[in-house]
Ligand binder design. Structure first.
Ligand SMILES: NC(=O)c1ccc[n+]([C@@H]2O[C@H](COP(=O)([O-])OP(=O)(O)OC[C@H]3O[C@@H](n4cnc5c(N)ncnc54)[C@H](O)[C@@H]3O)[C@@H](O)[C@H]2O)c1
Ligand SMILES: [Zn+2]
Ligand SMILES: [Zn+2]
Length: 400
């Protein structure tokens, strides 16, 4: 079969690889009909995640048709149309019983990402996300093996297009968890750092929950323009404004700051030359730029919600400021499985239209070019969907 494989920083290729086969009695083999590239894939693409090996198949946002099931699979059968959560959870362990699926303590045979881990078991295995997270082949491929076939695959109705459903695999529940963590309710004020897919869908979810005032910070003008038109955010471009938090605070009642901030950027945040240099020298694990801005923009007693990925330590983390303001922090990988039924209802009712952020639909064959377009934000790219089996385009990447 054909699959997108990793060969080093900035080098991904569509190769012919062996078809996946059933390993465990509760495995499923899925024929992928649509898969997307995520901002999290860019961390791998930039060579920023350890333990990604040459030849590893990437991709954790995908859906398709069940092709084959193991002897113990009862939840789905061949022919079912399903979306696959990027988090692989067993459904039965201490954490899964509390619906903390991303913390599943039984699926990850890798080391996990905690530096100071002591005896703590790693969190859940993830598709296509390094050997730290289990080394499970990803879904940017014609076919993929899906472990925990009775827990992960989520059946979806036939009448809705793949584009509408695909983001249930990751970025829609991630945005949803981010706004729930941020305690958004009617009248809330919110600052979202990052106008990528996660930031945009966070704005969509926050609007649906009644947020009144939403600021969005990025340096990418066309993404900010889209967010202003689609979700009514107040855009702040940090290429022209070097202290967005200060501008945000001045526009809130009593100059108190916003009720909550969402950091939808993570550890590769731009804007601090010192941190960029320190990170390149491996003296720093993460850029804390978006996190510091989030802490600064929030009012006393407010919430900082962090869906953006962080790895290792962050210097210049103003814990004293967070203490003085009495802030609450919530963060982490998304407990995808928990949110799918309610999010599907919102999509079916037309209250959420996650497909609106898609700008590029390309053949899986053209996936290497698609990574370049998404990474370099060419062609006003917001989100790319890859279609396995589609014919390669002579002009790959022309926007929709
Ligand atoms: N928690 C989870 O389970 C989960 C799931 C999906 C994605 N993520 C993470 O969410 C983050 C966003 O994902 P995405 O797909 O939207 O990625 P993306 O790379 O498309 O978007 C990130 C955006 O942040 C902007 N940005 C960079 N530095 C900034 C700064 N200092 N201030 C404000 N904006 C800045 C970029 O210009 C870009 O538009 C990534 O870190 C990704 O790994 C986490
Ligand atoms: Zn993702
Ligand atoms: Zn579990």
């Amino acid at each position: 079969m054909r699959a997108l494989t990793y060969h080093g920083s900035g080098d991904v290729r569509v190769d012919t690889v062996a078809d996946p086969i059933l390993h465990e009695p509760d495995d499923v083999i899925l024929r992928v009909t649509a898969t997307a590239i995520c901002g999290s894939d860019l961390h791998l693409y930039h060579g920023k995640m350890p333990m990604v090996e040459s030849g590893d198949i990437l991709g954790h946002e995908f859906m398709g048709i069940v092709e084959e099931v193991g002897s113990e699979v009862t939840a789905v059968q061949p022919g079912d149309r399903v979306v696959i959560p990027f988090v692989i959870a067993c459904g039965g362990c201490f954490f899964c019983q509390q619906e903390l699926y991303a913390a599943c303590e039984t699926t990850n045979t890798g080391r996990g990402a905690i530096l100071n881990k002591k005896a703590i078991a790693p969190g859940a295995a993830l598709f296509g996300y390094s050997h730290l997270y289990g080394g499970i082949p990803g879904g940017q491929a014609d076919y993929v093996r899906v472990p925990k076939g009775n827990v992960g695959p989520f059946k979806v109705p036939g009448q809705l297009a793949d584009d509408k459903l695909l983001f249930l695999s990751d970025i829609l529940p991630t945005a949803w968890q981010a706004v729930l963590n941020a305690e958004i309710k009617p009248g809330s004020s919110l600052a979202i750092y990052g106008a990528g897919p996660v930031g945009l869908l966070s704005a969509a979810c926050a609007r649906m929950l009644g947020a009144e005032l939403i600021f969005m910070v990025d340096e990418c003008g066309y993404r900010l323009d889209y967010a202003r038109d689609a979700y009514g955010v107040i855009p702040i471009n940090f290429a022209h404004n070097d202290d967005p938090a200060y501008s945000i605070i001045r526009q809130t009642a009593g100059k108190r700051g916003v009720d909550a901030a969402i950091d939808a950027v993570g550890f590769e945040a731009k804007g601090s030359t010192a941190e960029t240099v320190l990170t390149a020298l491996k003296l720093e694990g993460s850029s804390g730029k978006a996190l510091r801005q989030s802490i600064a923009a929030v009012r006393r007693g407010g919430v900082v919600s962090v869906p953006g990925v962080y790895a290792g330590f962050v210097h210049g983390f103003l814990f004293g400021d967070a203490f003085d303001k009495g802030l609450t922090f919530r963060m982490g990988q998304t407990h995808v499985q928990r949110f799918l039924p309610e999010l599907l209802e919102h999509i079916e009712a037309g209250r959420l239209n996650p497909d609106a952020i898609v700008t590029h639909r390309m053949a899986l064959e053209d996936a290497a070019r698609a990574y370049e377009i998404f990474d370099e934000r060419q062609d006003r790219c917001r989100k790319v969907i890859l279609v396995p089996g589609a014919a390669s385009d002579a002009n790959p990447g022309a926007p929709l």
